[in-house]
Write a new protein. Structure first.
Length: 418
């Protein structure tokens, strides 16, 4: 059956740039109306129009002298989305679409959070229960609910905001509870791009990307989908990122697949011992041919598991295969053959541990906590790398099980404090 004509259950989120003026708003409303007319059950999530939230934030900063309580600020910032839902729902009705809007004062409001104002965390069980009981009946009757993204409500009725990526978070939670067929994120880009168009020339749209790959871009500062929101993406629901310009929810964009592990945990990332090869010298980084030659030799003998470098040194972490000494001799030969490289050292029998999970970069002091836990228990860290919501550690192979338990306990204690 054609995608457009199938009776799908779709959650559509419109970002602020997609609602920035009358023309864009009209196009967004028409896109929803057209898809609803073809039989789709649609839930709409809207952000504040244009730069409304920034305007509200800057106004309050300049007038409150920093004395405003966080819950008061959240109440004010929520006005952008609370205005958007009213306008969007009214516009749908003028396009002959049965619609209603929901904001936190509505008794049907589904997004319930803790009281961490400005960066609140949804109480998932409560959210999903309310969505199934209060939102599902609305769409089953053929009405399009328009729900304010980015904002929530505590159990005692205070308005909260969800922080960065909040509207995407709202859409993902709705999709999970409704068992939606698809989430459509309408943005000002054609999809997930190979690079930020504000920084690089001629970026290309990716037709598909796994969420574990996307979170690496998100953690690196690319404003595609924030990593905090990605942890709420349902495993079974694909997400499509499209451009508002075409005004067509069925257009092609980037398909985001898969889901992320939501809990911080640690594991042995490589099943066998690892060797650390350190090459020191002068201005090695200015001779990339030397580094490339070492990497090529390494890949012929053993998997390269990690690498770090600065101006005067390079460290390679390689799987300790049976004939690893042959690789050591070849890298040593490269060291002798180049004036920039002075000497080489090898440390064998290391364990490769990986601490990962969504939100790792937002868990304050986690690297210091892990390091201190290992230090007081006399476990030396031979190497540490951080990348894409992961902390990679290299420690003595014989201490791996003890280190795993210590780090796991440390993570649990840290999360309780957070």
């Amino acid at each position: 059956m054609n995608e457009e004509n199938s009776c799908k259950k779709i959650v559509v989120k419109f970002g602020g740039s997609s609602l920035a003026n009358h023309e864009k708003l009209s196009k967004a409303v028409a896109a929803v109306a057209n898809r609803a007319a073809k039989g789709a059950q649609i839930v709409v999530v809207v952000s504040a129009m244009g730069k409304t939230t920034d305007l509200l934030m800057n106004t309050m900063k300049n007038t409150s002298n920093g004395k405003l309580e966080k819950h008061e600020l959240d109440d004010i910032l929520a006005m952008g989305e609370r205005t958007s839902v009213r306008i969007f729902a009214a516009a749908l009705r003028t396009n002959n679409v049965r619609s209603c809007y929901l904001d936190p004062l509505d008794e049907r409001w589904p997004i319930i959070t803790d009281a961490a104002f400005s960066n609140a965390n949804p109480l998932l069980e409560e959210c999903e229960k309310r969505i199934r009981e209060r939102i599902l009946p609305i769409i089953e009757k053929g009405t399009v609910p328009v729900i304010a993204g980015f904002i929530g409500r505590t159990l005692d009725g205070k308005i909260t905001t969800l922080g960065r990526g909040g509207s995407d978070t709202t859409a993902f939670i709705l999709a999970q509870a409704l068992n939606a067929d698809e989430v459509v994120l309408v943005t000002n880009a054609d999809g997930i791009m190979t690079g930020d168009p504000k920084i690089v020339a001629n970026p290309q749209m990716l037709p598909e990307i796994d969420v574990t790959t996307l979170v690496g871009l998100a953690d690196s500062g690319a404003k595609f989908i924030h990593s905090k929101a990605l942890k709420y993406k349902p495993q079974s629901v694909n997400v499509k990122v499209i451009n508002h310009a075409q005004g067509n929810l069925s257009q092609k964009g980037t398909l985001v697949t898969g889901a992320l592990a939501t809990e911080l945990d640690v594991e042995v990332a490589h099943p066998t011992p690892v060797a650390e090869v350190t090459i020191v010298g002068q201005a090695i980084s200015k001779k990339p041919a030397i580094i490339l030659e070492m990497m090529q030799k390494t890949e012929k003998h053993a998997p390269l598991l990690g690498m770090s470098m600065n101006t005067n040194s390079v460290i390679l972490y390689v799987s300790q295969e049976k004939n690893i000494d042959k690789l050591f001799n070849q890298i040593h030969a490269i060291t002798l053959n180049n004036p920039e490289t002075i000497g080489m050292a090898v440390k064998k029998d290391l364990a490769f541990l990986k601490t990962s999970g969504v939100g790792l970069e937002e868990t304050h002091g986690i690297i210091g906590k892990i390091s201190e836990t290992l230090r007081v228990n006399q476990i030396n860290i031979n190497g540490i790398l951080t990348i894409t919501s992961s902390i990679l550690l290299f420690i003595d192979w014989s201490q791996r099980e003890k280190a795993l338990q210590l780090i796991r306990n440390s993570l649990r204690e840290n999360l309780k404090k957070e």
